[in-house]
Design a protein around this ligand. Structure first.
Ligand code: BGC
Length: 462
């Protein structure tokens, strides 16, 4: 049986990376009004600089996505996570303490590097150390921690507001405490057994497997060994283009596209605006955002509970269908209300917008939210996993940035009803794509999946 408590402790520790990702990505929203004043970001030039201040983390994250795979192949998963802890710590202190705008941007880009790396390497590490039967739940703990990080940064900003003009320094600086803790706790976590094995450190891998998997360690060891046997180590992105990976690469890029193209981050970032323009008055934007955050959190627990019981496919199919229907309802409510954000809708329609956004977030939280990260950590073969996750994670970030950039343009040209209809149609397309192509990975070892999902190596490659 191994040691479930130990495994859970390891997953929780590594998933603190998810917490820092969620926190760091959201914390800027509370700091914006203060840094605007402090760095004097008014006027046309100032507005662009403000854009830089907010978006710099995202640019850094894309670079972090691309670097994470190759570095984690070379140095090990745990080493890269330790590095992200250092960067999370240093960048949060630098952003909090600086009096210079350029340094502020550099600090935020550095924070972004660790966001982009941790969001990929933490779930991948957990998948590589978890036993097949609980892998889905353990990897989903990382998504749970992302959601908790988002919520805590929101609360933390709210409470630190009272510190006045310097409160932004505290908002950005408090992250150094969990970052330091992450660094220390990561020392208690072993390196990924699958990485160790791929680097000729079989004895070390065996020790890790014995410690976490107990009696099933020997069997697991042989499986991993079999999947890596006699393979020359190839490097570079070219291996990702090989025909044997075509199916999993296409599926990975597809699910990463649909996770973002269906609007989750546009809806999160513009939530208060959406509610206010739907008629407002239902409650304050703070209360509404808290409600949506709680639903996101609660349904992620449900996903953790279900993912190894019912499997990945049922969660994806039901959740994405729920997302499509909810988005259709939002679109309809805007259309039937006034069709125009600025004019406000009738009271009944305003309530439908709120309820439908909540069912949308709930549906995301049991499907594309956690399940995409679980599947991306599972579908690629041991040798190519890190490189593949880098590319697919970068693509996911790129689609997210484009969708949030285009949301205001969509609202201006298509109206809120048209914009949400577009998301609904994309969710419907996602439903068809996922129903047709999503593999069921529940209960299978990563090596079983490698055999089923990728074509055997051609002789010349082996
Ligand atoms: C997504 C993020 C999103 C978050 C919200 C994650 O799975 O990748 O883009 O902000 O879920 O809960």
């Amino acid at each position: 049986m191994g040691n479930p408590l130990k495994l859970f402790g390891i997953a929780l520790t590594v998933a603190m990376g998810g917490f820092l990702v969620g926190f760091d990505a959201t914390v800027i929203s509370g700091a914006v009004p203060f840094i605007r004043d402090y760095f004097d970001l008014g006027g046309a030039a100032g507005t662009l600089k403000l854009g830089w201040a907010v978006s710099s983390l995202g640019w850094g994250a894309m670079a972090g996505n691309l670097a994470a795979g190759p570095l984690s192949d070379r140095w090990g998963r745990r080493t890269v996570l330790l590095l992200t802890a250092v960067l999370f710590l240093a960048s949060s202190l630098a952003a909090a303490l600086t009096t210079n705008f350029t340094l502020f941007i550099i600090a935020r880009i550095a924070g972004g590097l660790s966001v982009g790396a941790a969001i990929l390497i933490a779930p991948m590490y957990i998948a590589e150390i978890a036993p097949a039967r609980s892998r889905g739940s353990l990897v989903s703990v990382n998504q749970l921690m992302i959601v908790i990080g988002i919520s805590i940064s929101f609360f933390s900003n709210y409470f630190l507001l009272s510190l006045g003009a310097d409160s932004w320094r505290w908002m950005l600086g408090v992250q150094s405490v969990p970052a330091a803790l992450y660094f220390v706790l990561l020392y208690l976590v072993p390196e990924s057994p699958r990485w160790l094995m791929g680097h000729g450190r079989g004895a070390d891998a065996r020790r890790v497997l014995d410690a976490v998997h107990g009696p099933s360690a020997a069997q697991e060891f042989d499986l991993i060994k079999g999947s890596l046997a006699d393979q020359p180590r190839r490097s570079g992105a070219r291996k990702l283009l090989s025909p044997r990976l075509r199916r999993v690469m296409l599926f990975g890029l597809g699910i990463a596209f649909f996770q973002q193209a269906t609007g989750i981050n546009a809806i999160f970032y513009y939530l208060p605006t959406i509610f206010a323009r739907a008629g407002g008055g239902l409650s304050t934007s703070f209360a509404q955002s808290v409600l949506v955050g709680l639903v996101n959190l609660g349904m992620t627990f449900v996903a953790i509970w279900l993912i190894d019981r019912v499997g990945r496919r049922p969660l994806l199919c039901v959740g994405v269908a729920g997302m499509a229907l909810s988005l259709l309802a939002v679109s309809w409510a805007f259309h039937a209300g006034s069709g125009s954000l600025g004019a406000g809708t009738a009271a009944g329609h305003e309530r439908i917008v709120l309820i439908a956004i909540i069912t949308y977030v709930a549906s995301f939280a049991i499907s594309l939210g956690p399940v995409m990260w679980v599947l991306l950590s599972e579908i690629f073969p041991n040798e190519e996993r890190a490189a593949a996750i880098s590319v697919v994670g970068f693509w996911n970030s790129l689609v997210s940035a484009s969708v949030t950039l285009l949301f205001p343009v969509g609202v201006a040209h298509l109206g809120p009803d048209g914009t949400f209809l577009a998301y609904a149609l994309l969710a419907a397309a996602g439903f068809v794509f996922l129903t047709a192509l999503a593999p069921e990975t529940r209960g299978k070892t990563l090596e079983d999946l490698e055999r089923v999902l990728t074509r055997p190596r051609p002789r010349a490659e082996a």
